[in-house]
Design a protein around this ligand. Structure first.
Ligand code: HEM
Length: 132
């Protein structure tokens, strides 16, 4: 049973409470039996039901015990096909966040520059006027 292969679209069909699959590190898990027992609550599992949950799972820093439970839920491996979303790992997300922060920083800097220039212009204008 554990040797079965699933495509992304196969996994995506299992997204209800009674029938819930998820992908973690390219392995496919049947989480339906575990939903009620999850110490992190069932809602978070529904959120990633039928999807790649690698990032969500790793972000929490689950214990070895959690990984053992995972072994017991294994039903197969993910068969990647062209056009599938790339594997989700925490690393690319960090890069994306860092990029977004740089973008915000630059925008703030641009505002500061423009604001400074306008203030300088007003100052010069007032100074010129007061000399008349
Ligand atoms: C089938 C996959 C999963 C299994 C077997 C699992 C198992 C566990 C276990 C055993 C714990 C207790 C703490 C620990 O041992 O690390 C836990 C806690 C937790 N899990 Fe999961 N988990 C799974 C998926 C997820 C996912 C996808 C999320 C999404 C965010 C999640 C969020 C959490 C949270 C937030 C806690 C902390 C709860 C608390 O300390 O109050 N888990 N999980």
């Amino acid at each position: 049973m554990a040797s079965a292969e699933f495509t992304y679209s196969d996994v995506a069909e299992h997204n209800t409470k009674q029938d819930l699959y998820m992908v973690i590190h390219d392995k496919v898990y049947d989480v339906a039996k575990f939903v009620d027992e999850h110490p992190g609550g069932e809602e978070v599992l529904f959120d990633v039901g039928g999807q790649d949950a690698t990032e969500a799972f790793e972000d929490v820093g689950h214990s070895d015990e959690a990984r053992e439970i995972l072994d017991g839920l294994l039903v197969g491996t993910l068969k990647r096909q062209p056009g599938d979303p790339s594997p989700k790992t925490p690393a690319p997300q960090t890069t994306a966040t860092a990029g977004a922060q740089t973008g915000t920083g630059l925008t703030a800097y641009a505002f500061l520059l423009v604001g400074g220039a306008v203030a300088f212009g007003i100052y010069k204008y007032l100074q010129a006027n007061s000399q008349q």
